[in-house]
Design a protein around this ligand. Structure first.
Ligand code: IPD
Ligand code: CA
Length: 279
């Protein structure tokens, strides 16, 4: 894909994200229809409506590109290009009327090794009207302005955000790490929207984000945005449908965060080997 093609795809993803964001904004305080609940999660009818809206917008311009979304897949699953979509990231916040949620859209392309690489990423927060964009190899932007990760290099001055995911297993595995981390950093934050936590790292508001059981649609766009903002996005697949453990940071803090045992999954054990470029 040429840069001009990537720019067009980015513009299309931005239109789709803004349309879904508009629907979210209009419904923040509405009574929302719940499709399903579990101990630590809620699924809304609006999740599905937002995804459909995004699907239509993307499909109109790109009928041959498949879509992998939190609310289901569309198109040819063997297609070499796919949109990776989280129509509402931060659904529980949104369901409770907390204005901290976003739309996340990434475009991924298969390389010769048949691995998907994110080339375009968009995250839109409709409540703060903040739009993050990135094209691989180019600077990340917030509302058009180039952004960069923080240069903080000590844990003592860092804000580290954590996601506890949705299962008892991830809660139990993350709590010992949280217990240790909270004593060492300036603040731990749990904001409930992984894609926004990643863009906050990219913008230098947070210094790192950690989660042990997260899905591709939560992190595909934000991961690229972090890398294009000069940060690091380490992740590794774990059992489950497009499930990962991850550590994203400004780069300077990774070793220190690994240093006391973040391995992404279990209680304290070996640190992850390498925080690599996203594919
Ligand atoms: C969730 C949020 C949450 C994170 C979970 C995600 P959803 O996405 O990003 O912060 O901890 O792992 O699944 O369900 O609100 O789209
Ligand atoms: Ca999500």
């Amino acid at each position: 894909m040429t840069l001009s093609e990537q720019s067009k795809a980015l513009a299309c993803a931005v239109r789709a994200a803004r349309a879904a964001g508009d629907l979210m904004r209009r419904n923040l305080f509405a009574v929302k229809k719940i499709n399903a609940t579990s101990a630590h999660d809620i699924k809304l009818e609006l999740d599905v409506r937002c995804q459909k809206l995004i699907e239509r917008a993307l499909h109109k311009s790109y009928p041959r590109i498949a879509l992998l979304g939190e609310e289901g897949v569309a198109g040819d699953p063997t297609a070499p290009q796919r949109w990776v979509v989280d129509p509402i990231d931060g659904t529980v916040n949104f369901a409770y009327g907390v204005p901290h949620a976003c739309v996340s859209i990434a475009l991924q392309i298969q390389n010769l090794a048949a691995e998907f690489a994110t080339v375009v990423g968009v995250v839109f927060d409709p409540f703060c009207d903040e739009l993050w964009t990135a094209i691989r190899g180019h600077p990340a932007r917030l509302n058009g302005k180039v952004i960069h990760v923080s240069d903080r290099s000590t844990l003592g001055e860092a804000i580290v955000s954590i996601g506890f995911a949705k299962t008892t297993a991830t809660l139990n595995a993350t709590l010992p790490y949280f217990n240790e981390l909270v004593r060492r950093v300036r603040k731990v934050r749990m904001m409930g929207a992984a894609a926004l936590a990643l863009t906050y790292v990219a913008t230098g508001r947070f210094d790192a984000y950690i989660e042990r059981g997260i899905r591709l649609w939560d992190i595909a766009a934000g991961g690229l945005i972090i890398e294009c903002a000069g940060g690091e996005f380490w992740r590794e697949p774990v059992p489950g449908f497009h499930k990962y453990r991850m550590l994203a940071s400004n780069g300077r803090l990774r070793k220190k965060l690994e240093g006391f045992g973040y391995d992404g999954i279990g209680p304290i054990s070996t640190p992850p080997q390498r925080v690599g470029r996203s594919r």
